[in-house]
Ligand binder design. Structure first.
Ligand code: GLU
Length: 482
């Protein structure tokens, strides 16, 4: 499909908030595409909407994408042949291009006041028409308009032809065509000298030599406006691929904050691995056409194809992410898992002990935070079990207490105090009591760890050591005496 063409793609976030996983998915696809074709990936900051500008956004974009592992070639901090890569630093370029279109007769100055525009809109609405600019200023003689533009506040609007249509062969959606009768004489340059997105995106994509525009499909309705700007300049149009949205589980709507984490660094804080997020996010809106679903970033660079991107939105399913995270945790070596856990561990926890727990918990955890929580009992002075959890089903408090007392005695003579002897002691006890092993062990587990979930019991006892294990069982007995 691409022949010898040099691929140049970009991701162009608007810095209006922290980096969202929907934008990360779009960025991933641009990254796979650029790397697959040995092309260039560009980061461009689209900050022409100064009202929505959020100074936290750029650091969050850098931090989030670095964590994910995406590297790009040209950008605000990286520089490159088309610097600056921040739109607010390119205002002169947009003004010059808007003026050029006016000079070519493809655009015009508009002096209409807000009040007039509102009246036009209200009248159109009252007549049940689509609301569009009524082209009042398009009829002003160009020389007169140029003279007025020296003194009067104005915008620059594109002259949209009355008839005909524009179309693209979208890489995802195929042929898409728009009749021009519905397209407004859009504003290209605002009265404050800032360009609209419609002008800036086209000028930048052209000047930066972008060959493929891969972006979210919420921009598909804006595409006819962009095509008209390309046409007005007589520029070649890059190929476009409009990518499906990442939808929430509820009602097919775009993923919202209410559905849980959406900010990319939140996933890091929750203990997800970037490998899992890359893997899972890639599958939202793309299917490899095989049963395979576990992919590294390198795999994805190799196998991902724009032709396999789906038209419809893909649903974000937190449980699927959990599944992938478990898969990726188990793929790490024990030493690597320790390294990943490091940011979650209090400084005072003994790392040699943590290292010993890793083979015990690796199969059981979904997130790194869960790993930390499951081994916390080893590093705390005491645990505070819920007395109700100390009771095996169907047993009274007195029975549970007496069983704990017997467990304490049995364990006090397990020598050396290791997992094998702890196991033998508790097995004998279960046989003596006529209890199921699980009934004996659950009480002991809750007594020593404070919870019902965690690493295997016999190994936990060994790691905790006899003295602390016995003291915790004694405290649990006291709780049941209550
Ligand atoms: N600045 C737009 C956004 O934040 C990007 C649009 C585009 O990629 O053309 O989504």
């Amino acid at each position: 499909m691409l022949g010898a063409m040099t691929v140049r793609v970009r991701f162009a976030p608007s810095p209006t908030g922290e980096l969202h996983i929907g934008s990360v998915r779009t960025t991933l696809y641009n990254w796979f595409f650029a790397r697959h074709y040995s092309g260039t990936l560009i980061l461009r900051i689209e900050d022409t909407d100064q009202e929505r500008y959020d100074p936290k956004a750029l650091p969050s974009i850098y931090e989030g994408l670095r964590w994910i592992g995406i590297a790009w070639d040209e950008g605000p901090r990286e520089g490159g042949p088309h610097a600056p890569y921040v739109q607010s630093q390119r205002l002169a370029t947009y003004t010059e291009h808007a003026e050029r279109l006016v000079g070519m007769g493809a655009a015009y100055y508009c002096f209409c006041s807000k009040v007039r525009l509102e009246q036009v809109r209200a009248a159109q609405q009252a007549r049940g028409e689509i609301t569009k600019y009524d082209r009042f200023c398009r009829r002003i003689d160009p020389a007169e308009a140029a003279a007025r533009a020296q003194k009067e506040s104005h915008v620059v609007r594109l002259k949209v032809p009355d008839e005909g249509s524009v179309a693209i062969e979208d890489l995802v959606h195929g042929h898409v065509e728009w009749p021009l009768a519905t397209v407004d004489d859009q504003i290209l340059l605002k009265s404050d000298g800032f360009p609209t997105y419609q002008l800036a995106v086209v000028v930048d994509d052209h000047l930066m030599g972008i060959t493929h525009v891969l972006r979210g499909d919420e921009w598909l309705p804006s595409t006819p406006k962009h095509l008209l700007v390309y046409r007005a300049f007589r520029w070649d149009v890059p190929q476009h691929g409009h990518l499906p949205s990442v939808l929430g589980l509820q009602g097919g709507k775009k993923l919202s904050k209410r559905e849980g984490a959406t900010r990319v660094t939140e996933f890091r804080e929750l203990g997800y691995l970037p490998e899992a997020l890359v893997n899972y996010l890639s599958l939202i809106g793309w299917a490899p056409g095989t049963e395979e679903e576990v992919f590294t970033a390198e795999d994805l660079i190799r196998v991902w194809r724009i032709e396999q991107v789906q038209k419809g939105g893909g649903r974000w399913d937190p449980q699927r992410l959990d599944w992938f995270n478990g898969v990726w945790i188990r793929r790490l070596s024990d030493d690597e898992l320790l390294r990943r856990l490091e940011p979650f561990l209090p400084a005072e926890w003994d790392r040699a002990t943590v290292r010993r727990t890793i083979p015990l918990i690796k199969e059981r955890i979904v997130t790194l935070v869960e790993a930390r929580d499951q081994i916390a009992f080893l590093f705390s002075d005491r645990v505070t079990p819920d007395p109700a959890q100390l009771l095996p089903k169907g047993k009274s408090a007195a029975e549970a207490r007496s069983a704990l007392g017997r467990a304490r005695e049995a364990l006090s003579s397990a020598t050396p105090f290791d997992h094998a002897n702890a196991e033998a002691a508790l097995k004998r006890l279960a046989a003596d009591l006529g209890w199921k092993q699980g009934e004996v062990n659950m009480g002991v587990r809750v007594a020593v760890t404070g919870t019902r979930v965690g690493p295997p019991l016999y190994e936990s006892l060994e790691l905790l050591g006899r003295e602390r294990a016995l003291a915790r069982i004694a405290s649990a007995e006291a709780l049941l005496a209550g």
